[in-house]
Design a protein around this ligand. Structure first.
Ligand code: ARG
Length: 467
C-alpha cells in the first residue's frame, strides 16, 4: 500500500470497492489552497519547536509554495489512488521535496484537526463572498425603493396584503424594504457566525487528544487568520455545529430569496400586472411564442428547497455521532459546498432581476384602495373622534356591508349613506378615504408614511454600510 497515509500495519492494500467509496478528492480538492496554508503554518510551528532545521524548513516552504503555484495554474491534480486532498498533497509534496523531508511534515497533526481547520477557513472565505452578494441585493432593493419615493413626500402605492387579501395600502418602497431587512439580518448572522468560528482553530488537536510535540496552536491559529485555537481537542476535531450553522444561514437566505421570488412571480402575472421583467432577466418558451417567464425567481424558489435539504441532511448525519472523529464526518462537506455554490450563482441573478424590474405605478395605485382597504382608516378616524374602537370597528364594518349592497367602494358612499350608518360619520371622514391620506397617516416609527420610509431607507443604508 505504497503512497498511502496509513499502510504500515496492513498486509494488503485497500480493495477497489473501498477506494471508490472512500475517495473524496472529487469534492475536497478545492480545499487545496487551505490545506497548503495549514501546512505552511504547521511547518512554521515545527520549526519553532525545534523539530525542523532552518534548511529543512526553507525547503518545505519552497515545496509547498511550488504546489500552490501548480494548483493556481491548474496543473496540480489528485491521482486515482489518493484517498483525500490531505493524502494527495502529502504525496505530491514528497515528490517535490523527497520522502525524507516530506515525511516530517505530518508530525504532530492528523487529518482530523487538519480538515476541521480547513473546512472552517474555506467557509469563512465564502461567508465573506456571500455576505457581499447579499449586500448587493440589499442595495438593489434600497435603490428600487428610493426610486419609488418622491422627494415631495409621496410615493408609489400598492395594496398591502395579509392572507394574500387586500389589507391596507402601503408604499411600494416600504414593501420592498421589508425584503431587504431580513437579508441584512442574514449578513449580520454570517458576521456573528464568523466571530464564533474564528475563535476556534482546531489545528493542534491532533487526532482527538492533542499533540505531544510542544507545538503552539495559538500561533498556527493566528497565522491562519483565526483569533484563537480550540479549547478542547475532542471538540475541535469532532464538532461540526459551525458547518450546520453556516448551512442554516444559507438556507435562511434561500428562504428570504424564495419569498421575494414568489412575489415577483405573482407581480408579473397578467392578473397582477404590477411589474414587468427585463428581457435579459427572463426567459421564453420553446413552443409558446408569447411567453416571458420568471425563471430566475422560480429557480430561487426551487433552490431554497435544496438549501434547506443541505441543512437537514447535514444535521441528520451529525445527530448520532459519538465523540470524537468518525468517518461519517466526511459527509459534512458536499452539502455545505453545494449551499455555497448555489448561493454564489443564485444571488447575482436575483439582484439583476430585481434591479431591472419595472413597476407599473398606475396599476398598483388603481388597486390600492380596492377591496375596502381603507376600512381600518375609517375605524381609526372614528377613534380619533372619541368613538371606542369596538364601536368604530362595527361602524366601519357596516360601511363595508353597505358598499357591498350598493356595489361601490368606500369613497363612493354619499354623506347621507354615511350619516345613516352612524351619526359619528361626518363628511370629514373623507380625509382618510384616499390612499395618500391613509398612507400619510401611518406615521409612527416603522410605518408606511413617506416620511417614515425615507428615514427607514437611511437607517437601512447606514446599517448595511457597517459590513
Ligand atoms: N477526508 C476526511 C474527512 O473529510 C478527513 C480524513 C480523516 N480520516 C480519517 N480516517 N481519520 O473527514
Amino acid at each position: 500500500n505504497e503512497g498511502s497515509l496509513w499502510g504500515g500495519r496492513f498486509a494488503s492494500g485497500p480493495s477497489p470497492e473501498l477506494q471508490a467509496l472512500s475517495r473524496s478528492t472529487h469534492f475536497d480538492w478545492q480545499l487545496t489552497p487551505y490545506d497548503l496554508a495549514g501546512s505552511r503554518a504547521h511547518a512554521n510551528a515545527l520549526h519553532r519547536a525545534g523539530l525542523l532545521t532552518d534548511d529543512d524548513h526553507d525547503e518545505l516552504l519552497r515545496g509547498l509554495a511550488s504546489l500552490g503555484e501548480r494548483y493556481a495554474a491548474g496543473d496540480l491534480l489528485p491521482a486515482e489512488s489518493d484517498e483525500d486532498v490531505h493524502g494527495a498533497l502529502e504525496r505530491l509534496l514528497l515528490e517535490e521535496v523527497g520522502p525524507e523531508l516530506g515525511g516530517r511534515l505530518r508530525a504532530g497533526r492528523s487529518r482530523n484537526d487538519q480538515v476541521a481547520t480547513l473546512f472552517r477557513a474555506y467557509l469563512r472565505d465564502h461567508a465573506r463572498v456571500i455576505s457581499g452578494l447579499v449586500l448587493d441585493l440589499v442595495d438593489v432593493l434600497a435603490t428600487q425603493a428610493a426610486g419609488h419615493l418622491d422627494p415631495s413626500g409621496t410615493g408609489t402605492v400598492m395594496p398591502g396584503r395579509t392572507h394574500l387579501q387586500h389589507a391596507q395600502p402601503v408604499l411600494l418602497s416600504h414593501h420592498l424594504l421589508a425584503h431587504a431587512w431580513p437579508l441584512l439580518r442574514d449578513v449580520e448572522r454570517l458576521r456573528d457566525w464568523d466571530a464564533r468560528v474564528a475563535a476556534d482553530s482546531p489545528y493542534g488537536s491532533g487526532a482527538l487528544a492533542g499533540q505531544t510535540l510542544g507545538l503552539d496552536p495559538e500561533a498556527v491559529a493566528a497565522e491562519l487568520g483565526f483569533s484563537g485555537s480550540s479549547a478542547n481537542s475532542i471538540d475541535g476535531t469532532a464538532s461540526r455545529d459551525f458547518a450546520a450553522e453556516f448551512a442554516f444561514v444559507a438556507a435562511q437566505i434561500g428562504v428570504d430569496l424564495s419569498r421575494l421570488a414568489e412575489e415577483v412571480i405573482l407581480w408579473t402575472t397578467r392578473e397582477f400586472a404590477f411589474a414587468t421583467l427585463h428581457d435579459s432577466w427572463s426567459t421564453g418558451s420553446s413552443i409558446m411564442p408569447q411567453k416571458k417567464n420568471p425563471d430566475i425567481a422560480e429557480l430561487a424558489r426551487g433552490k431554497s428547497g435544496r438549501l434547506i435539504g443541505n441543512l437537514s441532511g447535514l444535521m441528520a448525519t451529525l445527530k448520532g455521532l459519538p465523540l470524537a472523529y468518525n468517518r461519517d464526518l466526511q459527509e459534512d462537506k458536499e452539502p455545505v459546498f453545494d449551499s455555497v455554490e448555489t448561493l454564489e450563482v443564485l444571488l447575482p441573478a436575483v439582484s439583476g432581476m430585481v434591479a431591472t424590474l419595472t413597476f407599473h405605478r398606475e396599476r398598483m395605485a388603481e388597486l390600492a384602495p380596492q377591496g375596502f382597504s381603507l376600512a381600518t382608516d375609517v375605524a381609526e378616524w372614528l377613534v380619533r373622534e372619541g368613538v371606542p374602537f369596538r364601536d368604530a370597528h362595527e361602524i366601519a364594518g357596516a360601511c363595508v356591508r353597505r358598499c357591498e349592497e350598493l356595489g361601490c367602494d368606500l369613497p363612493d358612499l354619499t354623506d347621507d349613506d354615511l350619516a345613516a350608518i352612524s351619526a359619528s360619520l361626518t363628511p370629514e371622514v373623507r380625509s382618510v378615504l384616499t390612499v395618500e391620506g391613509s398612507v400619510a397617516s401611518r406615521a409612527g416609527r416603522g410605518g408606511t408614511a413617506p416620511v417614515r420610509v425615507h428615514e427607514q431607507l437611511d437607517e437601512l443604508r447606514s446599517r448595511s454600510t457597517h459590513h
